[in-house]
Ligand binder design. Structure first.
Ligand SMILES: [Ca+2]
Length: 268
């Protein structure tokens, strides 16, 4: 599959301008070295797996190569499908000496064996992205990278609240994972803050953590996954997720309301 960004800008005539009634065409010649490769594309998106999952990439453009690393290992060249069996972060990019390297994509894979089952109540998603409702957030199914994938649910509220009731505390670490989509051109932004409270049977908060996220800056499209670790696990977690009040000043839709897209919450 030939996938190359900005190729349409090669040898494009950028309109024309008039000088002394004489029409002068101005052409912009973009050199190969100025062209940035598009990141490699994964063949299957089995982000949640029980035993292991096979990682493979589609063919890349011409002589470009895929480089990848698992967690903090060194990057190596991709020569064919490989297996991941533990929860890991896969990072990858495309390179060719004649072009600019692609962006690096980082993607989390999860062995679901340690996932804790839980019930979820709270803010309902907004039209037209109701899809599966809150059940999308605890069904151990990852959405595709298309925002129209029905595994996504989306919120317009500036504050979204959930309460999770976990079925058992055995071997639980008190870690909560959150999976979002970041696609700023489609008005889909990461949250700016996530707060988690651990609550006991009497409704008292005995542990809490929050995370502030730079969601305003321009960033590459991709899945956004983050975790919050509490000091002690609980059977009840109260979660508050804050979205930007409005699209930032640099955005073409400045002043409009951004969307918050989620596809899963994970309790370890
Ligand atoms: Ca899901």
């Amino acid at each position: 599959m030939i996938r190359i960004m900005l190729i349409t800008f090669s040898y494009i005539i950028f309109g024309s301008c008039t000088n002394n009634d004489q029409k002068v065409d101005t052409a912009l010649l973009v050199q190969k070295e100025d062209i940035k490769l598009v990141a490699p594309k994964l063949k299957d998106n089995n982000f949640f797996f029980k035993d292991n999952t096979l990682i493979s990439f589609y063919e890349t453009f011409a002589n470009s190569k895929v480089f990848y690393k698992v967690n903090n290992a060194k990057y190596k060249q991709y020569n064919g499908p490989f297996v991941i069996s533990k929860s890991s972060q896969l990072s990858y990019f495309c390179a060719d000496s004649d072009f600019i390297n692609s962006d690096t994509i980082s993607q989390n894979y999860f062995n679901t064996v340690n996932f804790k089952r839980f019930k979820i109540e709270g803010s309902e998603p907004s039209e037209p992205y109701l899809n599966k409702g809150l059940s999308a957030l605890n069904n151990i199914a990852k959405a595709d990278f298309q925002f129209k994938d029905e595994e996504w649910i989306a919120f317009k509220d500036s504050v979204v609240k959930f309460e999770l009731t976990v079925q058992d505390i055995v071997s639980q670490k008190g870690t909560i994972g959150f999976s979002f989509l970041n696609m700023q051109s489609s008005w889909i932004f990461k949250p700016q803050k996530i707060s988690v409270e651990a609550v006991n049977d009497e409704g008292e908060v005995f542990s809490k953590q929050q995370q502030v996220i730079d969601s305003k800056s321009i960033s590459t499209d991709g899945f956004f996954y983050t975790t919050i670790q509490l000091e002690k696990p609980s059977l009840i977690y109260k979660i508050e997720i804050e979205q930007l009040d409005s699209l930032p000043s640099w955005h073409p839709g400045h002043g409009g309301q951004p969307w918050l897209f989620m596809d899963e919450i994970i309790v370890f």
